[in-house]
Design a protein around this ligand. Structure first.
Ligand SMILES: [Zn+2]
Length: 246
């Protein structure tokens, strides 16, 4: 009987040992199953997709830092025409802006809202320094309007439809009362010294016809944002040269 108990004891211990070994082996194999590893990486990736996207979009730390780092500049010229379906957003009618600091040659001139805000601040600053009498003669032009201008132009300086900056809503033309030559006015002198402070550039500078494809236009101002405008005007570059350098 004693012998029987002894054998049964040994068998019981053996059984317990086998059971624990099998459970341990199961745990180990679970831990090493490749599907589980994939699952957990997927969970990591999808646990916060917004954060993952943010991480991917973050620029390298040595990227140049300006106040408008991500602003893209729209280049429009004979080599870079606007797509047919292009239409600027947020156009505002300048006539509707009752407390503006400039006059209008006609009642239907529009520009993008950001451009209006910048130009109004610019002309307000000029007025504060005693320089006034600015008259806006042109802003946004639709493709149809530019077609009309191009087909009736006789001096060959009008841009082909799709190649005019006026179709972007980011440019305007300015003059003063009774002045034949805007370049010789105190208004032009003030603008050429201060336009960059408000985000504007003289888009077709003197002597740069070969680069821009346009004769000198002291009356045509293009909005590019303050940081870009300061760089372009300080270095006396055309927009084409500036974009090439970047
Ligand atoms: Zn113009």
């Amino acid at each position: 009987m004693k012998r029987f108990i002894y054998i049964a004891g040994i068998l019981l211990v053996l059984c317990m040992a086998i059971v624990s070994f099998v459970r341990y082996a199961d745990l180990e194999s679970d831990r090493n199953r490749p599907d589980d590893r994939i699952q957990s990486s997927r969970e990591l990736l999808t646990s916060n997709p917004h954060e993952s996207a943010l991480r991917m979009r973050r620029p390298p730390t040595n990227a140049p830092h300006t106040s408008e780092p991500s602003e893209d500049i729209l280049l429009v010229n004979a080599e870079n025409p606007l797509p047919k379906e292009f239409h600027p957003e947020n156009l505002v009618n300048l006539y509707d802006q009752k407390h503006r600091h400039f006059q209008l040659a006609q009642a239907d001139i529009e520009v993008c809202e950001t451009v209006f805000e910048a130009m109004d601040a610019m002309f307000a600053a000029a007025q504060k320094e005693g320089v006034k009498g600015f008259i806006i003669t042109s802003g946004y032009r639709s493709r149809e309007e530019q077609k009309e201008i191009f087909s009736t132009s006789t001096d060959g300086t009008a841009a082909r439809p799709g190649e005019s900056e006026h179709e972007t809503g980011l440019a305007f033309d300015v003059t003063t009362m009774g002045d034949e030559n805007f370049e010789l006015t105190p208004q032009f002198e003030w603008l050429s010294n201060h336009c960059a402070e408000f985000g504007f550039i003289i888009r077709y500078p003197k002597g740069m016809e070969d680069v821009t494809g346009y004769p000198y236009e002291p009356w045509h101002y293009r909005y590019v944002g303050k940081a870009h405008a300061a760089n372009i005007m300080d270095k006396e570059l055309t927009l084409e040269q500036y974009l090439e350098e970047r």
